[in-house]
Design a protein around this ligand. Structure first.
Ligand SMILES: [Fe+2]
Length: 330
């Protein structure tokens, strides 16, 4: 009986061709820095992802020409790093305003005097809890566009943050997989995350309030970035519950494949902090993971988020909203 065509071993020429195609898929031309940037010095940590930015003086207001190039740098490199430097709260908020409408804080505790500013203080009593791969708040219809963070107190050791490029991850998939994923959408919900247990500790009413206020939302599995034009893989292991229209077993399998794929080191930068270092990330083109290895040492993360201006939810404080009305349960 003849061997079916698909079972025949590859010829040497076919194998070479496959290898060439595979190489092509994980290659795209690096941004031409000289043509693109006049005022900033941009040093990529890998092609088209994660760059050091020099030339921003945060001791005074940020001029329009620098603001323009900073935006371009974020679209080109998806996560950008500024050298350690003192940054007042006012300047921190101003830096976030370069990229979008500044949020009033959405999830974490806020500074009383500066409601735009969230503080994540972790120590022995308050262990770190964001050691998972995620895009922020994809359980909202319009998730945050990105965040500016400064680590104002670093632990003596550990406490790195990792970012992964969701555009690189998509770009490296096989053509067949890309075509399969393109038309799909997925359901995202906070209920799939640890937030459910967290709220449960505040009582049944808090949980019900959150369920009433924040219903599951749908996002495309592949998101075309409006500024960079890159296609980004837009599912994450924390909030994405289901690929719509698929049998749950198929959905679970595809999600597992994609969230595993997103952890390839080729798409990832592993950032070691110095005190007062600054990072800015695009929340559509990246996922992040805050390494919890430094506990029980102390670390302080000061953050300001920028929102999608279309969002009717911009500026709301999720935690405050959810806590309203919970008293009946206490
Ligand atoms: Fe996050």
């Amino acid at each position: 009986m003849p061997t079916p065509k698909t079972m025949r071993p590859l010829t040497a020429a076919q194998a070479r061709k496959g290898l060439e195609l595979r190489r092509k898929r994980i290659h795209y031309d690096p941004v031409n820095l000289a043509a693109r940037y006049e005022h900033l010095q941009v040093t990529p940590r890998m092609p088209n992802f994660a760059a050091w930015i020099d030339g921003v003086d945060l001791s005074k207001p940020i001029p329009a020409r620098i603001r323009r190039e900073l935006r371009q740098a974020l679209w080109d490199f998806e996560v950008i790093f500024l050298r350690p430097q003192p940054m007042s709260v006012e300047r921190h908020v101003e830096l976030a305003s370069v990229f979008g409408k500044v949020s009033q804080g959405s999830f974490f505790e806020r500074s009383v005097e500066h409601p735009n500013v969230e503080m994540i203080v972790t120590n022995r009593e308050r262990p770190p809890g964001i050691d998972n791969w995620h895009t922020d708040i994809t359980w909202m219809q319009y998730p945050a566009l990105g965040t500016v963070i400064q680590i104002t107190e670093t632990p003596p050791s550990g406490g790195n943050t990792c970012w992964v490029s969701t555009s690189k991850a998509f770009d490296a998939l096989s053509e067949g997989m890309k075509q399969y994923l393109m038309p799909l959408s997925a359901t995202h919900t906070w209920e799939a995350s640890g937030f459910r247990d967290f709220l449960g500790r505040y009582g049944e009413e808090a949980l019900l309030q959150a369920m009433r206020l924040f219903k599951p939302v749908s996002h495309p599995v592949v998101l075309r970035h409006p500024q960079s034009g890159r296609d980004c893989l837009y599912v994450n292991s924390v909030f994405t519950k289901r690929i719509n229209g698929l049998d749950y077993r198929e959905s679970d399998g595809i999600l597992k494949l994609l969230t595993d794929w997103l952890q390839r080191p080729e798409f990832m930068v592993h950032h070691a902090w110095e005190k007062d270092g600054i990072a800015i990330w695009d929340n559509r083109a990246t996922q992040h993971y805050a390494n919890a290895d430094y506990w029980p040492q102390k670390r302080i993360n000061r953050r300001v988020t920028f929102e999608d201006p279309r969002s009717p939810q911009a500026g709301i404080n999720v935690f405050d909203l959810v806590m309203k009305g919970r008293k009946t349960d206490n």
